[in-house]
Design a binder for this molecule. Structure first.
Ligand code: NAP
Length: 266
């Protein structure tokens, strides 16, 4: 399965941990050539080594960069393209979720959430798109998958800046999907609910600190928003990314796919 992805160049941001690490593994197992991005070189190096243990003949490059820094993104993408050619699959996964009541959401926090989650996505698409379009014209389809969030489709209290940024990612996804529809590139957003990664571990510590709840109670409070009463697992999000990248998904464009156990159905 997914043999058609062999040799494609996939660039994943936030690839060293959590959902991004799970996506890198899924794509590595299809024979894609991978560029792993994130801020920490050490984390990316460790992830590349972990992937090579599972996929010994993997072609993998690490290209550290901060997605909020346009020059750094351009430089990393140039490095990636000179190693593996145009990026065929871009997974915009890097993100941060800081929590504060709106009254304490100062301009710095607001801007940081927009910069990392929304403008970072814009920077990465701008950098890879010319090459992706050329490759698509020559017959290799392009895929842009934005990891948004259920927070891109509904509101949550105490994370207004994050919610605004992720709604922006969903809007960008839809607009760009229309613009690229006849150019061999699809653009979709995956919207996970609470997923078991460092973001949720930090949210649990935050709840413990602010409410006096135990860790188990805090986890349960987050899991309770999922009708399946559990946290989503990173590999479940990664599976949906892989599916969107496959050949059979050519007609899926401009969609938001919730991976949330049914949370948004309620
Ligand atoms: P995570 O474990 O904290 O991983 C986030 C990744 O993003 C890290 O690899 C981090 O690497 C990278 N990153 C953060 N800021 C960056 C920046 N400025 N530039 C480049 N890379 C950056 O979180 P996760 O849960 O896997 O999150 C992945 C994505 O899923 C995010 O977009 C998040 O909003 C979304 N999401 C998560 C959940 C959830 O419940 N976990 C739910 C819905 C959506 P460095 O620190 O090395 O840069």
């Amino acid at each position: 399965m997914f043999q058609e992805l062999e040799g494609r160049h996939a660039l994943i941001t936030g690839a060293g941990a959590g959902i991004g690490a799970a996506i890198s593994l899924q794509l590595a197992q299809t024979g894609c050539r991978l560029t792993l991005c994130g801020r920490s070189q050490g984390t990316l190096q460790a992830q590349a080594e972990a992937l090579r243990e599972q996929v010994p003949d993997l072609a993998v490059l690490i290209a550290p960069m901060d997605v909020a820094d346009e020059q750094a993104v351009q430089a990393a993408v140039q490095q990636a393209q000179s190693r593996f050619g145009p990026v065929n699959i871009l997974v915009n996964n890097a993100g941060q979720a800081s929590s504060q009541p709106f009254a304490k959401t100062d301009a710095a926090l607001w801007q940081k959430m927009l910069n990392v989650n929304l403008t970072g996505t814009y920077h990465c698409i701008q950098a890879v798109l010319p090459g992706m379009l050329d490759a698509a014209k020559a017959g290799t389809p392009g895929r842009i998958v934005n990891i948004a969030s259920t927070a891109g489709l509904k509101g949550y209290a105490y994370v207004s800046a994050y919610v605004a940024a992720k709604h922006g990612v969903v809007g960008l996804t839809k607009a760009l999907a229309l613009e690229l529809a006849r150019k061999g590139v699809t653009v979709n957003a995956i919207c996970p609910g609470y997923t078991e990664t460092d973001i949720v571990r930090e949210a649990v510590q935050n709840i413990v600190g602010k409410t006096g709840k135990s860790e188990a109670e805090a986890r349960q409070a987050l899991a309770a928003s999922n009708p399946q009463q559990r946290l989503v697992q990173p590999h479940e999000v990664a599976q949906s990314v892989l599916w969107l990248c496959a050949a059979g998904s050519d007609a899926i464009n401009g969609q938001t796919m919730a991976i949330d156990g049914g949370e948004l159905a309620g």
